[in-house]
Each structure stands twice: as structure tokens, then as C-alpha cells.
Design a protein around this ligand. Structure first.
Ligand SMILES: Nc1ncnc2c1ncn2[C@@H]1O[C@H](COP(=O)(O)OP(=O)(O)O[C@H]2O[C@H](CO)[C@@H](O)[C@H](O)[C@H]2O)[C@@H](O)[C@H]1O
Length: 490
């Protein structure tokens, strides 16, 4: 099968969070299974060019219609760790992708509406006719809309799978989006069964467009698929998902075992396996040395993630102090885009600066994240909501016991050592709490830290049980191929 992924991220070259990991990992798995996969991405000025091999111009004069005229683009092509990627570079005073950031601009909706249009124009002009186009999140929600409304006759019978990684960000716009992209016709698109937002009658909703126009819609775990339909976590799209329930499913993400694997990880100094954990202890020492933490007989707890309301920042904050209170060490690696949250953690960093048992690293650091997964004993994921969550799955692979809140994909991947009712004790792999108050988090951390101190052999058993879980792309890769096959033959 010939599959084209259109996305705003692909790890490690463009990664703001889990979306990048998924786009890369899924593409690799699909190729291993014998399919042809190509990726179309924006050419951001700030992406990691050191991860692209053989970058060259592949298509020089792509003119993308935009408002009444057209924007001249160059398309570059190169390999990102073996995946063939096309990067679109527009030349216009808008400077869409030369802003030193991936997201966070006032005109993000126009930047990605343009990217979606350019991706389709590139497919059409370069005579690429994939069997399936796979789009991700709000940034590419307009792809199926434009494909069906404007490109169908030139392009043929492409099928679209649309994956939602985060319902909170849906992409909104007004009539300017329609005029710019050539969709025009506001009275048509401003209908509730097309793009009109379910709650703001003056807005078009990109993600809703993606749901309405795609042949299959997925989110990134089965439990989150349920939450999105039946709880406020669908951020107003529950009704739309209900209408299109026949094409909506949850497919649990995987992690790429070529990249996230303590046996071969290129960023950690000591490799280790489930059978021989000596290397993990050495990585803990290396991590302490690197972050200037003292080397004492204490458990080390980590948090890695975007510092965003979604991630339960009030509980992240509490976890730091509770770990210290319970004689554990804490390492945080996180970046905040929201100024208030950033200021808060900057302040905490200053307050805790001289404490030899805690380190807060504020920023994005891929290499350091690997060492933290490898060196920590436990990882906390106290999210308010979590469509899938990759950090707990990576933690499990690295023998780092997850302590998670029971929401979204965390429910599908972590099974409480003491209380899980579905899994046998020898199949359980972490700790789960449910409420959002500090006491709930404390109860789970307490049990984990208690086990580490009082029953080290039991803790070790829990570590190896977690490591034996296979959350690779093997199963989800198969699931996505089944979805592609189904929509191809409909
Ligand atoms: N400061 C930092 N430095 C280095 N690395 C960092 C980092 N902050 C985060 N990362 C890395 O980025 C990834 C984050 O994964 P998450 O599952 O938390 O994704 P996120 O919430 O961004 O995305 C959304 O999409 C993903 C993918 O579908 C869903 O799993 C998730 O629930 C949903 O919210 C991990 O690989 C992590 O190691």
C-alpha cells in the first residue's frame, strides 16, 4: 500500500511532544510491514536539520493558490532516520515557518491551513496518488475537506485516516480561511453538519472538518475514545463523534523500540536488559552526576513532559515536595509555553536550587530525557487528561515504574500493583490513582516509595514485570493497516 502522512511534526527532526514520536514510529512500522510511506511536513527554520540525511530540493516551483493569487514554494526532500520526508517551504512575506517556533503564533490557523493546502497541491502536481492519506490533529484537519471538495477529480480516490492526539486544540477560523484556501462558499461550510463549530456559531472548526470529511477517525487509546464521546474531554466534539461513531475508534499508540530501548539506546552510557539491571543502576549514578544530585541510597522519581494544564501541573508541583518529604529524589524535565506556568516553575527552580536531592530542568532536551528514563526508579504522570501518554510506556520499557492518574490511555497501559482487578499480580506494572487532589497522588507515591525502601526484591519484580510489556508499534501498526484496508475497499 502507498501511504502518505501529512503532519506538523515528525520526531526527532520536528518534535514538540508525543505527536512527533507517533508520526515517526507509525511510519517506520508501516514500512517494515512492506508498505511505501512518505511524509509531508512544513520546513521550519528551527527544526533539527542534523537529523536529516541528504536534504535536496525535489520540486522547485510549486505555486500554491492562496487568496486571489498564489504563493511560490520549494519542496525539499530528505531522509529522517530512514523515512522519506518532503518539507514544504513557502516564499512569502508571511514567513509562515520561519518564526523560530513550531506553534504559538497568532496566525497558527492560517499557517497550517496553508500547509494543508500546499501538501495537497504538492501531491497533485507531483503526480503522487497514495492509496491512503493519514493526517494528524487540527493542523491538518482541512486536508480531507479540501481533498474532497476541491481536489477529488484531479487526485482520484484517496482515502483519509485522521488521528486526533489532543481534542483541546481544534483550530478555529472565520471566512478568511475559506477565501484563502479557495474553499469559498461560507454558507455551505458554515453549516452544522460541515465545519461550523458546535458552540461558537461564528467559527469554523478544523478538527470538526477532519472528523466529518475523513473515511476513518481515530484517537490514540480505546479509553480516550470513550472519554471523548461521553465526557467533557471531547471539548465540544462529543456530539460530532457520536454522529460519526461508525468510523471512530481508539487505537493505542506504540513506542519505537529502535529508539526507545535500553538495550541499544545511543543516548545512555550503560545498556541493560530485563535480565540484567546492573546498567540501570549505573545510569542512575550517571544521571546524578550530570545533574549534581548527591549519590545516596534513595529512590529517584522523575517527571518528563510539557508543563501544561493537561499534565496536572499542580500535582507535578506537589509530587516534587512530597518526594522530598518521603526521602526520595526528584528530577523534572519539562517545558512550559504558558507564561504563568513557566514563571511558577522558574521560581521553584530558584527555591530548590541548592537542594542536593532535586533538579528541575526547564526546556526541551531529547538526549537528557533518555538518561532520565534510564536512571530514574519511578515516573509520575498525574495528568488531568491524557489521550494516550507515551512517558509511562517509555518508562515501562526502561524499568521505571509508572505512577499515573487513571485517565485516558494511562488506564489502558498501567495496572495497579495492589488493587488492579483485571490483571493477575504477576502481570501488574505500576501504581494508579484517580482523584485530582494531592492526597490521591500521595497515596500512590507512598505505596511506591514504601515498596522501594521496605521490599526491594518486590520492587525489582515490579520493574521486570513492567519491562516485559510490549507497547511497541507491532500491534498498533497492524491495527492501522486494518483500518486502511477497510476504508480502501469501502
Ligand atoms: N521537555 C522535554 N524534553 C525532552 N523530551 C520531552 C520533553 N517533554 C516531553 N518530551 C517527550 O515528548 C513526548 C511526550 O509524550 P506525551 O505522550 O506526553 O505527548 P503530548 O502530551 O505532547 O501529546 C499528545 O499526543 C501523544 C501522542 O499521540 C499522546 O500520547 C498524548 O496523550 C497527547 O497529549 C515523550 O517522548 C517525551 O519524552
Amino acid at each position: 500500500m502507498y501511504i502518505v502522512q501529512i503532519a506538523s511534526e515528525c520526531a526527532p527532526v520536528i518534535k514538540a511532544g508525543g505527536l512527533g514520536d507517533v508520526v515517526y514510529g507509525l511510519s517506520r512500522e508501516l514500512e517494515i510491514r512492506g508498505n511505501t510511506v512518505e511524509l509531508i511536513l512544513p520546513k521550519y527554520d528551527c527544526m533539527r536539520y542534523d537529523h536529516i540525511w541528504g536534504l535536496h530540493d525535489a520540486y522547485r516551483d510549486l505555486w500554491v493558490p492562496w487568496y486571489g493569487g498564489a504563493i511560490h514554494c520549494s519542496v525539499y526532500c530528505g531522509w529522517v532516520h530512514g523515512r522519506l520526508c518532503f518539507f514544504i517551504e513557502p516564499h512569502s512575506p508571511d514567513n509562515f515557518f520561519n518564526r523560530g517556533c513550531y506553534y504559538g503564533c497568532d496566525d497558527d490557523n492560517m499557517r497550517f491551513a496553508f500547509f494543508s493546502k500546499a501538501a495537497l497541491e504538492f501531491l497533485q502536481k507531483s503526480n503522487k496518488r497514495p492509496d491512503v492519506i493519514h493526517c494528524h490533529d487540527w493542523q491538518t484537519g482541512l486536508v480531507p475537506v479540501m481533498l474532497f471538495e476541491n481536489y477529488k477529480y484531479e487526485m482520484g480516490n484517496q482515502r483519509v485516516c485522521y488521528t486526533i492526539h489532543n481534542f483541546k486544540h481544534q483550530g478555529m477560523g472565520g471566512t478568511e480561511v475559506l477565501w484563502a484556501t479557495g474553499l469559498n462558499n461560507p454558507s455551505y461550510y458554515f453549516q452544522y453538519d460541515r465545519l461550523r463549530d458546535n458552540f461558537n456559531p461564528f467559527a469554523l472548526n478544523f478538527m470538526k472538518g477532519g472528523i466529518v470529511y475523513s473515511n476513518a477517525v481515530t484517537t490514540v487509546s480505546p479509553h480516550h475514545a470513550w472519554e471523548a464521546r461521553f465526557t467533557p474531554i471531547g471539548y465540544g466534539l462529543g456530539h460530532t463523534l457520536h454522529v460519526y461513531q461508525d468510523k471512530f475508534t481508539g487505537v493505542l499508540n506504540g513506542i519505537d523500540h529502535d529508539f526507545w530501548n535500553p538495550e541499544i539506546d545511543r543516548y545512555i552510557p550503560h545498556h541493560y536488559t530485563q535480565e540484567d539491571l546492573e546498567g540501570k543502576a549505573k545510569n542512575k549514578k550517571a544521571l546524578r552526576e550530570r545533574l549534581l544530585l548527591r549519590d545516596v541510597d534513595k529512590p529517584l522519581i522523575a517527571f518528563i513532559g510539557r508543563l501544561d494544564d493537561q499534565k496536572g501541573v499542580h500535582l507535578v508541583h506537589h509530587a516534587i515536595y512530597y518526594a522530598l518529604q518521603r526521602d526520595a529524589q526528584f528530577v523534572l524535565l519539562g517545558s512550559a509555553t504558558e507564561p504563568g506556568i513557566n514563571a511558577h516553575f522558574q521560581h521553584e527552580k530558584r527555591v530548590l536550587n541548592d537542594n542536593p536531592d532535586v533538579h528541575l530542568e526547564l526546556g526541551f532536551n531529547e538526549e537528557l530525557s533518555h538518561l532520565i528514563y534510564a536512571g530514574a526508579d519511578m515516573i509520575v504522570v498525574p495528568s488531568n487528561y491524557e489521550p494516550c501518554g507515551l512517558t509511562q510506556m517509555i518508562g515501562l520499557k526502561y524499568g521505571t515504574v509508572p505512577i499515573v492518574r487513571g485517565v485516558g490511555g494511562l488506564v489502558n497501559t498501567v495496572f495497579d500493583r495492589d488493587y488492579d482487578e483485571k490483571y493477575l499480580p504477576e502481570e501488574r506494572n505500576g501504581y494508579v490513582f484517580y482523584d485530582t487532589d494531592p492526597y490521591a497522588l500521595e497515596s500512590a507515591m507512598d505505596r511506591a516509595i514504601g515498596l522501594w525502601y521496605q521490599y526491594p526484591e518486590e520492587f525489582r519484580k515490579l520493574v521486570t514485570q513492567g519491562m516485559s510489556y510490549d507497547y511497541s508499534w507491532n500491534h498498533p501498526g497492524k491495527d492501522y493497516l486494518e483500518i486502511y484496508e477497510r476504508i480502501r475497499h469501502k
